[in-house]
Design a protein. Structure first.
Length: 360
């Protein structure tokens, strides 16, 4: 019963007709533009012409429109000397043939929208008349909205999906968002920690700025510490990847995760290759003097792929990514020592599943 209802249900969204309507007032017509400017900070205020009488707004709708509901915004909290105490809604085909749909009393401290659905009547509704009364000599109305249909235009909302599908897609989107955030926070921190190394040449005993603190450390020992921290997180990383890719088939979400990792590796491979080519073309600086950026992010992304390749379904997916294999071969030639070791381990796992035609 539930599935049948979901497959036959539709969602409709009424169109805003306010920009195409024509409004006339019982006084101060120069202020009518404030009623349809999409701002509740402006207002129409009645004048001396209709003092001690009902204040009237007459709305004429286009002939090709079908108004369904009218909204009025009242703010008696701000308009203390210009309050509205009651509203009467009348509709019809002509100004002389109007039928009262609703009359509402408005509280003295009310602030918000008041609506009146336009029910089906004999003939087409083209005129909506709003009559206001208040305890003061003048009153204020801040906005008027008319929603409905335009003949020949559909009000149905795009392609519809069941609640289960929508919930699953929202869950996947949020999960991917969290994954990207964690990647930027964890791996991005490693990049920022070593960002100052590339700015200037330092001797091995020069203080290195890490975050906001300055400590005297050896460059090589700092790299060893980073390696140890990275290796310490491998178990957690492989556990996370194992949860994501534990089934026999990759889901849409898992493919998005893989795509994110593959794109990150491609950017890192291009960056490393550019640095390597710059190193070959440089004649003024020695190998040690050339600035080098951190390989932490690239190493972590490769670790994710290595953990993914531990499962058969993950290994099969990686083997089908030709662009990734190309980037891996590039990193094998241009990457740092630990990146090359990671690439070697990854290729050992993946190459048996790669068809020879892939490299044609």
């Amino acid at each position: 019963m539930g599935d049948s209802f979901q497959s036959t249900s539709t969602v409709e969204c009424l169109k805003d007709l306010s920009s195409s309507i024509e409004i006339k007032s019982s006084s101060r017509p120069g202020m009518l533009g404030s009623l349809v400017d999409n701002s509740t900070e402006t207002f129409w205020e009645s004048g001396d012409e209709d003092r001690n009488k009902a204040k009237v707004l007459t709305i004429a709708c286009p002939s090709n429109s079908v108004p369904r509901i009218v909204y009025v915004h009242i703010d008696n909290c701000r308009d203390l000397g210009n309050k509205v105490s009651s509203i009467s809604f009348k509709v019809g085909c002509h100004v002389d043939e109007l039928v009262k749909l609703r009359q509402m009393e408005v509280e003295s401290r009310y602030a918000g929208w008041i609506s009146c659905p336009i029910t089906s009547l004999e003939g087409k509704v083209l005129v909506v008349r709003l009559e206001f009364k208040g305890p003061d000599n003048t009153l204020r109305v801040r906005q008027v909205k008319v929603l409905g249909e335009v003949e020949g235009e559909s009000i149905k909302v795009g392609k519809l999906h069941s609640a289960t599908v929508l919930q699953q897609r929202n869950c996947e989107a949020e999960t991917l968002k969290v994954f990207r955030l964690l990647t930027s926070l964890v791996f991005g921190r490693l990049i920022s920690n070593e960002a100052t190394v590339r700015d200037e040449k330092r001797p091995s005993d020069h203080p290195i700025a890490i975050g906001t603190s300055v400590v005297g450390v050896n460059v090589e020992s700092s790299h060893l510490d980073d390696d140890q921290k990275t290796e310490g997180s491998n178990d957690l990383k492989e556990h996370m990847v194992g949860i994501l890719f534990s089934r026999s088939k990759l889901t849409h979400l898992q493919k998005q995760v893989c795509t994110h990792i593959v794109q990150a590796i491609r950017k890192e491979a291009a960056r490393v290759r550019d640095e390597w080519e710059a190193l070959l073309c440089s004649k003024s600086l020695s190998m040690e003097e050339l600035p080098k950026s951190s390989d932490a992010y690239c190493f972590e992304m490769l670790s994710m792929v290595l953990a993914l390749s531990g499962s058969s379904v993950g290994r099969a997916y990686v083997a089908q990514q030709y662009s990734l294999l190309t980037d891996l071969l590039s990193l094998l030639h241009t990457g740092s020592a630990r990146v090359q070791r990671q690439v070697t381990s990854l290729l050992k796992r993946v190459l048996p599943d790669v068809s020879p035609q892939t490299f044609d």
